[in-house]
Design a protein around this ligand. Structure first.
Ligand SMILES: [Zn+2]
Length: 314
Protein backbone atom coordinates (compact mmCIF):
# COMPACT_ATOMS: atom_id res chain seq x y z
CA UNK A 1 0.00 0.00 0.00
CA UNK A 2 1.36 3.33 -0.89
CA UNK A 3 -0.21 6.33 0.72
CA UNK A 4 0.56 8.98 3.29
CA UNK A 5 -2.49 8.48 5.47
CA UNK A 6 -1.77 8.97 9.16
CA UNK A 7 -1.43 5.69 11.06
CA UNK A 8 -2.43 5.11 14.68
CA UNK A 9 0.30 5.59 17.26
CA UNK A 10 -0.32 3.19 20.12
CA UNK A 11 0.22 4.49 23.63
CA UNK A 12 0.83 2.37 26.71
CA UNK A 13 -2.87 2.68 27.51
CA UNK A 14 -4.25 2.01 24.01
CA UNK A 15 -1.77 -0.64 22.85
CA UNK A 16 -3.99 -3.65 23.75
CA UNK A 17 -6.75 -2.27 21.49
CA UNK A 18 -4.39 -1.97 18.48
CA UNK A 19 -2.74 -5.33 19.18
CA UNK A 20 -6.22 -6.87 19.34
CA UNK A 21 -7.09 -5.47 15.91
CA UNK A 22 -3.90 -6.97 14.45
CA UNK A 23 -5.22 -10.35 15.63
CA UNK A 24 -8.69 -9.47 14.23
CA UNK A 25 -10.15 -9.25 17.72
CA UNK A 26 -12.10 -6.33 19.14
CA UNK A 27 -11.02 -5.58 22.72
CA UNK A 28 -12.85 -3.04 24.86
CA UNK A 29 -12.23 -2.10 28.49
CA UNK A 30 -14.66 -2.91 31.28
CA UNK A 31 -14.46 -1.61 34.83
CA UNK A 32 -13.85 -4.41 37.34
CA UNK A 33 -15.65 -2.50 40.10
CA UNK A 34 -18.88 -1.21 38.52
CA UNK A 35 -18.86 -3.23 35.23
CA UNK A 36 -19.16 -0.08 33.12
CA UNK A 37 -17.82 -0.55 29.54
CA UNK A 38 -15.56 2.22 28.36
CA UNK A 39 -14.17 3.53 25.09
CA UNK A 40 -11.67 5.18 24.26
CA UNK A 41 -9.06 3.35 26.36
CA UNK A 42 -8.41 4.89 29.80
CA UNK A 43 -6.54 4.24 33.00
CA UNK A 44 -9.54 4.84 35.28
CA UNK A 45 -13.24 4.10 35.00
CA UNK A 46 -15.04 7.38 34.23
CA UNK A 47 -18.11 6.23 36.20
CA UNK A 48 -16.57 5.18 39.54
CA UNK A 49 -12.89 6.17 39.12
CA UNK A 50 -11.69 2.62 39.90
CA UNK A 51 -8.25 2.08 38.32
CA UNK A 52 -7.08 -0.42 35.69
CA UNK A 53 -10.20 -1.48 33.80
CA UNK A 54 -9.85 -4.96 32.26
CA UNK A 55 -9.59 -5.64 28.53
CA UNK A 56 -12.35 -7.93 27.28
CA UNK A 57 -13.05 -9.28 23.83
CA UNK A 58 -16.47 -8.31 22.49
CA UNK A 59 -18.43 -9.56 19.46
CA UNK A 60 -18.45 -6.27 17.61
CA UNK A 61 -22.22 -6.44 17.22
CA UNK A 62 -23.21 -2.81 16.75
CA UNK A 63 -25.72 -0.32 15.41
CA UNK A 64 -25.21 2.96 13.56
CA UNK A 65 -25.69 5.85 15.97
CA UNK A 66 -24.89 8.70 13.55
CA UNK A 67 -22.99 9.36 10.33
CA UNK A 68 -21.95 12.02 7.85
CA UNK A 69 -20.75 11.98 4.25
CA UNK A 70 -17.84 14.34 3.63
CA UNK A 71 -17.81 16.86 0.80
CA UNK A 72 -14.19 17.84 1.54
CA UNK A 73 -11.72 15.16 2.67
CA UNK A 74 -10.69 15.33 6.34
CA UNK A 75 -7.09 15.32 5.08
CA UNK A 76 -6.02 15.53 1.43
CA UNK A 77 -4.69 11.97 1.71
CA UNK A 78 -8.26 10.68 2.04
CA UNK A 79 -9.34 12.01 -1.35
CA UNK A 80 -9.45 8.43 -2.68
CA UNK A 81 -12.21 7.58 -0.17
CA UNK A 82 -14.59 10.37 -1.15
CA UNK A 83 -17.17 10.70 0.09
CA UNK A 84 -15.79 9.47 3.42
CA UNK A 85 -18.57 7.79 5.41
CA UNK A 86 -17.70 8.98 8.90
CA UNK A 87 -19.76 7.29 11.56
CA UNK A 88 -20.41 6.98 15.27
CA UNK A 89 -21.17 3.33 15.98
CA UNK A 90 -22.70 2.01 19.20
CA UNK A 91 -21.52 -1.41 20.33
CA UNK A 92 -23.98 -3.80 21.97
CA UNK A 93 -22.08 -3.05 25.21
CA UNK A 94 -23.25 0.58 24.95
CA UNK A 95 -19.98 2.34 24.13
CA UNK A 96 -19.70 4.51 21.03
CA UNK A 97 -16.79 4.48 18.59
CA UNK A 98 -15.84 6.99 15.89
CA UNK A 99 -15.14 5.06 12.72
CA UNK A 100 -15.62 4.90 8.97
CA UNK A 101 -18.19 2.76 7.18
CA UNK A 102 -16.93 0.61 4.31
CA UNK A 103 -18.61 -1.47 1.61
CA UNK A 104 -21.79 0.58 1.72
CA UNK A 105 -23.17 3.06 -0.78
CA UNK A 106 -24.54 6.31 0.62
CA UNK A 107 -28.11 5.19 -0.10
CA UNK A 108 -27.70 1.99 1.93
CA UNK A 109 -26.78 3.81 5.12
CA UNK A 110 -29.42 4.61 7.73
CA UNK A 111 -29.21 5.48 11.40
CA UNK A 112 -30.03 2.49 13.61
CA UNK A 113 -28.95 -0.13 11.07
CA UNK A 114 -27.14 -3.18 12.48
CA UNK A 115 -23.42 -3.32 11.72
CA UNK A 116 -20.50 -5.71 11.98
CA UNK A 117 -16.79 -4.94 12.40
CA UNK A 118 -14.25 -5.02 9.57
CA UNK A 119 -10.61 -5.46 10.57
CA UNK A 120 -9.25 -3.41 7.68
CA UNK A 121 -5.62 -3.85 6.64
CA UNK A 122 -3.92 -0.47 6.77
CA UNK A 123 -0.29 -1.13 5.83
CA UNK A 124 2.19 -3.88 5.08
CA UNK A 125 3.16 -4.19 8.75
CA UNK A 126 0.01 -5.86 10.02
CA UNK A 127 -1.69 -2.70 11.27
CA UNK A 128 -5.46 -2.96 11.07
CA UNK A 129 -8.09 -0.29 11.57
CA UNK A 130 -11.58 -0.86 12.97
CA UNK A 131 -14.19 -0.19 10.30
CA UNK A 132 -17.82 -1.23 10.17
CA UNK A 133 -20.15 -2.48 7.48
CA UNK A 134 -23.70 -3.81 7.11
CA UNK A 135 -24.70 -7.35 8.02
CA UNK A 136 -25.38 -8.17 4.35
CA UNK A 137 -21.82 -7.25 3.35
CA UNK A 138 -18.86 -9.62 3.24
CA UNK A 139 -16.75 -8.27 6.12
CA UNK A 140 -13.81 -10.58 5.40
CA UNK A 141 -13.63 -9.43 1.76
CA UNK A 142 -13.61 -5.80 2.92
CA UNK A 143 -10.47 -6.33 5.03
CA UNK A 144 -8.16 -6.05 2.04
CA UNK A 145 -7.67 -2.57 0.58
CA UNK A 146 -10.01 -1.92 -2.32
CA UNK A 147 -8.56 -2.92 -5.67
CA UNK A 148 -9.33 -0.20 -8.15
CA UNK A 149 -9.82 -1.83 -11.49
CA UNK A 150 -8.30 -0.20 -14.51
CA UNK A 151 -11.41 0.97 -16.21
CA UNK A 152 -11.19 0.72 -19.96
CA UNK A 153 -12.30 3.74 -21.93
CA UNK A 154 -16.00 3.60 -22.53
CA UNK A 155 -15.58 3.39 -26.25
CA UNK A 156 -13.86 0.43 -27.84
CA UNK A 157 -11.33 1.34 -30.47
CA UNK A 158 -13.40 -0.44 -33.12
CA UNK A 159 -16.21 2.06 -32.82
CA UNK A 160 -14.05 5.06 -33.58
CA UNK A 161 -14.93 7.15 -36.59
CA UNK A 162 -12.07 7.34 -39.07
CA UNK A 163 -11.39 10.84 -40.34
CA UNK A 164 -8.93 11.53 -43.15
CA UNK A 165 -6.44 14.28 -42.29
CA UNK A 166 -7.31 16.10 -45.56
CA UNK A 167 -11.09 15.93 -45.13
CA UNK A 168 -11.76 19.53 -44.11
CA UNK A 169 -15.50 19.11 -43.50
CA UNK A 170 -15.19 15.92 -41.44
CA UNK A 171 -12.37 17.48 -39.40
CA UNK A 172 -14.40 20.61 -38.63
CA UNK A 173 -17.26 18.36 -37.50
CA UNK A 174 -14.99 17.02 -34.73
CA UNK A 175 -14.74 20.45 -33.10
CA UNK A 176 -17.00 20.42 -30.06
CA UNK A 177 -17.75 22.04 -26.72
CA UNK A 178 -18.54 18.55 -25.44
CA UNK A 179 -15.86 16.53 -23.65
CA UNK A 180 -15.26 12.86 -24.31
CA UNK A 181 -15.99 10.18 -21.72
CA UNK A 182 -13.37 9.70 -19.01
CA UNK A 183 -10.19 7.77 -19.67
CA UNK A 184 -8.90 4.95 -17.50
CA UNK A 185 -7.68 6.16 -14.08
CA UNK A 186 -4.18 6.08 -12.65
CA UNK A 187 -2.84 6.23 -9.08
CA UNK A 188 -0.39 9.06 -8.36
CA UNK A 189 1.33 7.86 -5.20
CA UNK A 190 4.30 9.15 -3.23
CA UNK A 191 6.64 6.63 -4.86
CA UNK A 192 5.80 7.98 -8.32
CA UNK A 193 6.20 11.57 -7.13
CA UNK A 194 9.58 10.71 -5.56
CA UNK A 195 10.73 9.09 -8.80
CA UNK A 196 9.78 12.18 -10.77
CA UNK A 197 11.53 14.42 -8.22
CA UNK A 198 14.71 12.47 -8.76
CA UNK A 199 14.37 12.47 -12.54
CA UNK A 200 13.55 16.17 -12.87
CA UNK A 201 15.68 17.48 -10.00
CA UNK A 202 12.62 19.24 -8.53
CA UNK A 203 12.71 17.76 -5.04
CA UNK A 204 11.01 20.68 -3.28
CA UNK A 205 9.60 19.53 0.06
CA UNK A 206 6.02 20.24 -0.95
CA UNK A 207 6.35 17.19 -3.23
CA UNK A 208 8.75 14.96 -1.34
CA UNK A 209 8.49 15.51 2.43
CA UNK A 210 5.13 14.21 3.73
CA UNK A 211 5.90 15.17 7.36
CA UNK A 212 6.83 18.74 6.59
CA UNK A 213 4.03 19.08 4.03
CA UNK A 214 1.48 17.95 6.60
CA UNK A 215 2.69 20.67 8.98
CA UNK A 216 3.43 23.50 6.59
CA UNK A 217 1.86 22.99 3.19
CA UNK A 218 -1.37 24.86 2.36
CA UNK A 219 -2.58 21.54 0.92
CA UNK A 220 -2.12 19.58 4.15
CA UNK A 221 0.16 17.01 2.53
CA UNK A 222 2.43 16.40 -0.42
CA UNK A 223 1.22 17.10 -3.95
CA UNK A 224 2.39 15.89 -7.36
CA UNK A 225 4.41 18.17 -9.64
CA UNK A 226 2.17 19.79 -12.27
CA UNK A 227 4.64 18.65 -14.92
CA UNK A 228 4.36 15.06 -13.67
CA UNK A 229 0.58 15.09 -13.95
CA UNK A 230 0.93 16.59 -17.41
CA UNK A 231 3.25 13.84 -18.72
CA UNK A 232 1.08 11.13 -17.16
CA UNK A 233 -1.44 12.01 -19.88
CA UNK A 234 0.48 9.45 -21.93
CA UNK A 235 -0.76 6.73 -19.58
CA UNK A 236 -4.37 7.79 -19.82
CA UNK A 237 -6.20 6.35 -22.79
CA UNK A 238 -8.45 9.14 -23.95
CA UNK A 239 -11.89 7.98 -24.95
CA UNK A 240 -11.93 9.93 -28.20
CA UNK A 241 -14.60 8.83 -30.61
CA UNK A 242 -12.43 9.30 -33.69
CA UNK A 243 -9.16 8.35 -35.30
CA UNK A 244 -7.24 10.53 -37.74
CA UNK A 245 -5.98 8.61 -40.80
CA UNK A 246 -4.12 9.30 -44.03
CA UNK A 247 -0.95 10.86 -42.57
CA UNK A 248 2.65 9.68 -42.55
CA UNK A 249 3.88 11.57 -39.49
CA UNK A 250 2.17 12.78 -36.35
CA UNK A 251 4.06 15.48 -34.46
CA UNK A 252 3.49 16.80 -30.97
CA UNK A 253 3.80 20.46 -31.93
CA UNK A 254 3.50 21.81 -28.37
CA UNK A 255 0.87 23.42 -26.23
CA UNK A 256 -1.22 26.54 -26.77
CA UNK A 257 -2.14 26.68 -23.11
CA UNK A 258 -0.91 24.77 -20.07
CA UNK A 259 -2.44 25.42 -16.65
CA UNK A 260 -2.36 23.64 -13.30
CA UNK A 261 -5.57 24.93 -11.64
CA UNK A 262 -5.86 22.36 -8.82
CA UNK A 263 -3.34 20.25 -6.88
CA UNK A 264 -3.08 16.47 -7.09
CA UNK A 265 -2.46 15.21 -3.52
CA UNK A 266 -0.21 12.16 -3.19
CA UNK A 267 -2.39 9.05 -3.23
CA UNK A 268 -4.98 10.49 -5.62
CA UNK A 269 -6.24 8.81 -8.74
CA UNK A 270 -6.39 10.90 -11.87
CA UNK A 271 -8.27 10.53 -15.14
CA UNK A 272 -8.70 12.70 -18.20
CA UNK A 273 -11.14 13.71 -20.87
CA UNK A 274 -10.69 15.75 -23.99
CA UNK A 275 -12.38 17.66 -26.79
CA UNK A 276 -11.27 18.93 -30.16
CA UNK A 277 -10.97 22.68 -29.72
CA UNK A 278 -9.85 23.65 -33.21
CA UNK A 279 -8.72 22.19 -36.54
CA UNK A 280 -6.73 24.09 -39.10
CA UNK A 281 -5.30 23.02 -42.45
CA UNK A 282 -2.20 25.10 -43.21
CA UNK A 283 1.07 24.77 -45.12
CA UNK A 284 2.57 22.67 -42.30
CA UNK A 285 -0.22 20.13 -42.50
CA UNK A 286 -3.34 19.47 -40.48
CA UNK A 287 -3.14 21.10 -37.08
CA UNK A 288 -5.52 19.74 -34.46
CA UNK A 289 -5.83 21.34 -31.03
CA UNK A 290 -6.96 18.89 -28.40
CA UNK A 291 -7.97 20.33 -25.02
CA UNK A 292 -7.07 17.65 -22.50
CA UNK A 293 -8.32 18.13 -18.94
CA UNK A 294 -6.86 15.91 -16.24
CA UNK A 295 -8.79 15.75 -12.96
CA UNK A 296 -8.42 14.02 -9.63
CA UNK A 297 -11.17 11.39 -9.78
CA UNK A 298 -14.33 12.90 -8.34
CA UNK A 299 -13.07 16.49 -8.47
CA UNK A 300 -14.91 19.13 -10.49
CA UNK A 301 -11.90 21.38 -11.03
CA UNK A 302 -9.22 20.15 -13.45
CA UNK A 303 -5.67 19.66 -12.20
CA UNK A 304 -4.15 20.13 -15.65
CA UNK A 305 -5.58 21.92 -18.68
CA UNK A 306 -3.47 21.29 -21.75
CA UNK A 307 -4.37 22.60 -25.20
CA UNK A 308 -2.20 20.13 -27.04
CA UNK A 309 -1.41 20.91 -30.67
CA UNK A 310 -0.92 17.88 -32.90
CA UNK A 311 0.36 18.20 -36.43
CA UNK A 312 -0.49 15.54 -39.03
CA UNK A 313 1.65 15.50 -42.16
CA UNK A 314 1.25 13.43 -45.31
ZN1 LIG B 1 -16.36 1.69 37.37
Amino acid sequence: MSNNKPMPVATEISAPFWEGLKARRLLVQQCGACEQWLFYPRRHCPACLAPDPAWREVSGQATLYSFTLTRIPTLPDFIDEMPQKLAVVELAEGVRINTTLVGLEAGQIRVGMPLQPVFAQADGKGTRLLRFTGLEQDAAALEAPPVVEAVAPAEAHDNRVQVDCQDQAALQALVSEQYSDWSNSLLVDQALIDAFAELSGDDYWIHTDPERARRSSPFGGTIAHGALVQVLQSRLKLALGFEITGFTTQINYGSDRLRFPAPVPAGSRIHARARVKAVELNQRGTQLTLEINTHVVGQERPSVINDLVILYQR
